[in-house]
Design a protein around this ligand. Structure first.
Ligand code: ZN
Ligand code: ZN
Length: 630
């Protein structure tokens, strides 16, 4: 049948078999060409059904082109069932019919049916063409991708640009960066689709430098490529690079989309870059990018992380049709800043409005209780979560509870909670309890936990540091030395501290003891001045927090250049008196820097806001909002 000439006039059924009133005069009968044209134009089921009726009436049902187009049209108007039964009724379907039905199944993500059809096609002796492979690859999984790759080679289509791009996409989505790259590197010409697939593969799997080389080398780049690159940086802890690229994108007169804006706001939040974040917000408003619930939630998150809860709340109040995710961002924002009461009030409102809180909501309110030392409220919420909302607590919720109990000095209760929980405790959870042991000087429980962690291979750099701090806190320098030797032996290195500060729309980053900043000389002069003030205020550093069994003087020196101190010193010399200094730190603030920052806020009359790994500290007039409890 596939060999029959196109649009042959099939012998018509005798006119008598049709109701005469429905039969158009033969001069007005649409030709097969006209019917094919009309099928291409059909947009809904009704039109296709009418054309199908005409085809049957005129006895064109065996016309291969009309049959093919009818099968496609049914699929296009969402009736795969009719398309499939038409296919099944066709005797000896050819490669075009097989490919069309395979494509229809593949586009709907029906993996197994797609492959059954392919196998049937091969068993009928019908050879695939390049389009068959492109169709099969559309929705296939990586394991099938490898099989299809072999098949494509067997049938000689592995050099086809579309087949290669399809294969590349399968490998890229399946996370096989190596195979994707092999294919990409050996492509004679690269379409934008292939380059974008490769770029996405690199950027999502964190191969950002490879992605950047590819990105820079692409002759044509659409907004999708820019988004992939910016988002890659933002998602993989390189927010500064994300922002630099965003500026470049604007310079090249490309119009950011909602996805760009979401990535950039996340980058601003990570850096605590409030001015940039505000600028992006006004850009959104001026360019009429809709502040829908996604953009709104990203703005709340950005403002909360950049220390401006007032702005976060304004955005929150302005979002139409808020979902629970938006509520969660605001609650988590309040909790992060230690505004426990506000977080709990918002939670009550959420419940009154009949929203169903999620596990993130509970992380927010439990954290609020932990930061506010609200033990009974926290316990009540923890059981509300389980009993009323039927949410199984995750390790994060236990983390909040251990934090809450530990900080309030209920160390044994916290320890028992961890021992009795249904999920595997992670090092962070134990670290929290170790931190509480340090706070309360409970060396024996601290040691017991630390030993368990080391034996079970659960210890991480943070655990060792905490254990060492527990020993140092009670003056057990042998213990400190032992931990240090263990860390060396196991090749564990302390994550380097890094602090950033935004000045004049630029984010400046500092590592401990950093000398790279162009204003280093002035920064260190300022630090020296700070040390003189501290001396005048009879301050002596708490050296036990330094993980080193070194000479006292050296310890003092190494404290003097913790990254947040460099950032604060830079803030002092580069902003006008009275300006609030905002710092973002990747690790927890050490107790010595905490004390020093309190003193600096008192001496200089500046507000200093520090976001550390755990929470916000608002230092003002010698006092911190955390109540020395973090
Ligand atoms: Zn410090
Ligand atoms: Zn604090």
């Amino acid at each position: 049948m596939s060999s029959s000439p196109l649009f042959t006039s099939q012998p018509s059924a005798p006119p008598i078999s049709r109701p005469p009133n429905l039969s158009p005069p033969s001069s007005h009968r649409p030709t097969p060409e006209k019917l094919a044209f009309l099928l291409d134009k059909s947009r809904n089921l009704n039109q296709v059904l009418q054309l199908h009726a005409v085809i049957l009436r005129q006895g064109h049902e065996c016309n291969p082109i009309l049959n093919f187009k009818l099968q496609k049209s049914y699929s296009n108007v969402g009736r795969l069932d009719r398309s499939f039964s038409l296919f099944k009724r066709t005797a000896n379907p050819d490669v075009f019919l097989y490919t069309a039905i395979i494509n229809a199944h593949s586009s709907r993500g029906l993996h197994s049916q797609t492959f059954e059809l392919y196998v049937e096609m091969l068993s009928q002796g019908v050879e695939p063409n390049a389009f068959t492979f492109s169709s099969l690859l559309k929705s296939c999984l990586i394991k099938d991708g490898v099989l299809l790759h072999c098949q494509a080679i067997k049938f000689g289509f592995d050099g086809d640009l579309f087949v290669r791009t399809g294969l590349l996409d399968v490998y890229a989505k399946g996370g096989d960066v190596w195979s994707a790259r092999q294919l990409f590197d050996t492509m004679s010409e690269r379409s934008l689709v292939a380059s974008t697939a490769m770029l996405t593969c690199f950027a999502k799997h964190g191969h950002l430098d490879d992605a950047r080389v590819l990105f820079d080398g692409m002759e044509e780049k659409d907004v999708v490529c820019w988004n992939v690159m910016i988002d890659g940086y933002s998602q993989h802890g390189r927010p500064n690079d994300a922002l630099v690229l965003f500026h470049q994108m604007l310079k090249e007169k490309l119009k950011p989309t909602e996805i760009t804006v979401l990535s950039v706001l996340s980058a601003c939040g990570q850096l605590g870059a409030l001015e940039l974040g505000k600028w992006v917000h006004s850009y959104i408003v001026n360019n009429r990018i809709q502040v829908n619930v996604h953009v709104g939630t990203a703005l709340i998150d950005m403002y909360a992380k950049c220390g401006s809860l007032e702005d976060a709340r304004i955005v929150f109040d302005g979002i139409m049709g808020k979902d629970v995710v938006a509520w969660n961002s605001m609650i988590v924002g309040y909790a992060m800043h230690g505004f426990s009461q506000e977080a709990l009030e918002l939670f009550d409102e959420l419940c009154r409005k009949k929203f169903r809180p999620t596990d993130i909501t509970f992380i927010g309110v439990l954290n609020a209780c932990a930061h506010g030392g609200l033990v009974s409220e926290g316990k009540a919420l923890f059981s509300l979560m389980k009993e009323v909302y039927d949410l199984e607590p995750k390790v994060e919720h236990y983390g909040c509870m251990v934090n809450l109990l530990g900080r309030a000095g209920h160390l044994e209760e916290a320890y028992n909670l961890i021992k009795d929980m249904n999920v595997d405790p992670d090092p962070v959870l134990w670290g929290t309890l170790l931190g509480a042991c340090r706070l309360y000087g409970n060396t024996s429980l601290g040691e017991e936990i630390a030993k368990y962690l080391v034996n079970e291979n659960l210890a991480n750099d943070g655990t060792y540091v905490l254990l060492s701090n527990i020993y140092a806190g009670v003056g057990n320098w042998d213990g400190v030395a032992k931990v240090r030797a263990m860390m060396k032996e196991r090749g564990i290195q302390k994550e380097p501290g890094c602090s950033s500060i935004e000045v004049n729309n630029k984010v400046h980053e500092f590592l401990a003891g950093d000398l790279r900043h162009p204003k280093s000389k002035n920064i260190y002069m300022m630090l020296e001045e700070i040390n003189q003030w501290l001396k005048a205020h009879e301050y002596s550093p708490r050296t036990e927090t330094v993980l080193r069994d070194i000479e006292e003087s050296e310890k003092k020196q190494s404290l003097g250049v913790h990254s947040e101190r460099l950032a604060i010193a830079f803030g002092l010399i580069s902003t006008s008196p009275g300006t609030t200094i905002k710092i973002v730190k990747n690790l927890r603030v050490c107790s010595d820097c905490h004390t020093v920052t309190k003193l600096i806020s008192k001496i200089t009359g500046r507000r200093i806001v520090v976001r550390d790994r755990n929470r916000f500290h608002h230092f003002e007039n010698g006092i911190c909002s955390c109540g020395d409890y973090w």
